[in-house]
Design a protein around this ligand. Structure first.
Ligand code: ADP
Length: 176
């Protein structure tokens, strides 16, 4: 596990399953526009949360790339879920700004809700096709720049699905 401090925020990188992070207050979903179950991260989160999550979420959608909404965590061990719609790489432009907006808005929502510990997956890097190393830099730079403005968020954990993905984020965090 790698950790780095930005202002009063600890950023850490781990390999694991975003739907199994019981010590976090909120986990972030790599959602689809309609906020339905879907596959990848969204499938894992909705399966663990139970059908109440989709029932709560559908009226909150559809959302646009770069946007984020917050719901409760239902059967998850986390009190809340923040749902972000990342850009589809090569279609939703400018993709780097839209991806940065996801992280910024998720952190704003967390701070407005008094949340301390938040976990992110690598938004847009699965079905949406964003190259992982580029996405890692955008994600980590955005978090570094937002850190001094955050009042309640004190831990930001990236949960990467594979050791190879973790190594890519690790390199990006060291390069910042
Ligand atoms: P998007 O549609 O935004 O690309 P995906 O869910 O397809 O979202 O994938 C985003 C990233 O999350 C990919 O790198 C994928 O390997 C990873 N991933 C998939 N399932 C999980 C999970 N359960 N926990 C953490 N990361 C996951």
């Amino acid at each position: 596990m790698t950790q780095r401090q930005f202002a009063s925020v600890t950023v850490e990188l781990v390999q694991g399953d975003i739907a199994n992070q019981p010590d976090l207050d909120v986990i972030v979903n790599a959602a689809n526009a309609e906020l339905r179950i879907g596959g990848g991260v969204a499938g894992a989160i909705h399966r663990a949360a139970g059908p109440g999550l989709e029932k709560e979420c559908i009226p909150l959608g559809p959302i646009r790339p770069g946007e984020a909404v917050i719901s409760s965590g239902h059967n998850l061990p986390n009190a809340h879920v923040i749902h972000c719609l990342g850009p589809v790489y090569g279609r939703d432009e400018p993709s780097d700004q839209l991806l940065a907006s996801c992280y910024r808005k998720a952190l704003e929502l967390a701070d407005w809700n008094g949340i301390a510990r938040i976990g992110f997956p690598a938004i847009s890097t699965g079905v949406f096709g964003y190259p992982l190393a580029d996405a890692a830099l955008v994600a980590l730079q955005t978090i570094r720049d937002a850190a001094p403005t955050l009042e309640t968020v004190s831990l930001i954990r990236f949960v990467l699905f594979s050791d190879a993905d973790l190594a890519v984020f690790d390199r990006a965090l060291k390069e910042l």
